[in-house]
Design a protein around this ligand. Structure first.
Ligand code: UDP
Length: 352
């Protein structure tokens, strides 16, 4: 029997990639909801895709009805951008925690399988060099550092989901994304700083010929994971009902792509030069250093190192990421360059 999957946030970065992979490579049905459908527009028409434009905090009846109707629920609606944790902490709490808690409870009530995004941010400033799903301590800064409201919200949801698993047998899988990058990550044409995560921010800086700003020198490291690798892992989790993925937590990340933010900036500038429409801009892009306080304000605190242990996913899901850093950057830039608006803007800025 074909799986019925509900994807909340089907138009998001992960949601749109997951939706299109399912429709392309599997015979499952997808019931999606999102505020808009701009990232889904290029999908070929498919009878297995049922989409409604809506807001999960308003269209509550639609949401509950579809949790009841589907086999698996994948709630991907969340704010996941550190600049917003410090500017809109309560919005992060209301959406990422409160709105999602109600969906978790529907899954408990109707006995549905839940595939839920935890986060690599949950480890915070953990002292472990490699972050393990089951043993690493989760370490956050003081309350004044509002950045941690996202990690704390996600941590509490992980604990709530775990407890529903113990008490009510909720069938869940928690997955922890490590800096996914790829097509549709953020809107690169949005020149406002802080509207994107780091890689798309850098690409936007190249596009607009604005200096790339390295927060505190860019020595902090992240493990960048190409979206196609991540989606392959999610498909495997979706396939493994009631077995190796049930009531488990998996890091989804690429430890081989652990690079400093400075290194990321240099690679972005170098690889952008391969694309004629960006070449001049990339050659003109400078790198400057700023303090975290200047860039994010006083409510921010950084994480210096973030490397995933992926033994659990390798052993139990047979998954391993294969896209190296430069390929991930190149494919992502290629996607943006192919967008008509992006190229038109790049050409206009190059000419002006
Ligand atoms: N960062 C930076 N310059 C920017 C944007 C981000 O140096 O223009 C740094 C930021 O301080 C952090 C890292 O890049 O250390 C990754 O930031 P991102 O927003 O992608 O999220 P995070 O990995 O911290 O969740």
């Amino acid at each position: 029997m074909s799986l019925k999957i509900m994807i909340l946030g089907a138009n998001g970065f992960i949601g749109s990639a997951l939706t299109s992979a399912i429709l392309r490579d599997r015979d499952w049905e997808v019931y999606g909801i999102d505020l808009s459908d701009n990232k889904l527009g290029s999908l070929p028409k498919n009878d297995r895709f049922h989409f409604v434009e809506g807001d999960i905090t308003i269209n509550k009846e639609w949401v509950e009805y579809h949790v009841k109707k589907c086999d698996v629920v994948v709630p991907l609606v969340a704010i996941a951008n550190p600049a917003q944790y410090v500017t809109h902490p309560l919005r992060v709490f209301e959406l990422d925690f409160e709105a999602n808690l109600s969906i978790v409870r529907h899954c408990v009530k109707y006995g549905k399988r839940l595939i839920f995004p935890s986060t690599s941010e949950i480890y915070g400033m953990s002292p472990d060099a490699v972050l393990d799903e089951e043993t690493s301590p989760l370490v956050y800064g003081p309350i004044e550092k509002q950045r941690w409201i996202y990690a704390a919200s996600k941590q509490l949801l992980d604990r709530v989901i775990y407890a529903y698993g113990v008490r009510d047998n909720l069938d869940y899988t928690l997955f922890r994304p490590f800096n996914f990058i790829g097509p549709n990550l953020d809107n690169v044409e949005e020149p406002k700083e802080g509207s994107s995560r780091v890689f798309t921010q850098f690409l936007s800086n190249v596009l607009y010929r604005r200096p790339i700003k390295l927060v505190d020198g860019g020595r902090q490291k992240r493990s960048f994971t190409y979206i196609d690798d991540a989606i392959e892992c999610l498909l495997t989790i979706l396939e493994n009902a009631n077995s190796r993925a049930s009531r488990r937590i998996f890091n989804i990340g690429n430890p081989a792509n652990c690079v400093s933010i400075r290194d990321l900036a240099e690679r972005t500038i170098r690889i952008a030069q391969e694309f004629p429409v960006l070449r001049e801009s990339a050659l003109a892009t400078h790198i400057v250093e700023v303090t975290a306080g200047e860039y994010y304000g006083k409510y921010y605190q950084d994480i210096q190192m973030r490397v995933p242990a992926i033994a659990a996913a390798e052993r139990d899901l047979g998954w391993r990421p294969s896209t190296d850093m430069d390929t991930a950057i190149r494919r992502t830039i290629e996607f943006y360059v192919k967008q008509e608006n992006f190229s038109a803007r790049a050409a206009a800025l190059a000419g002006g």
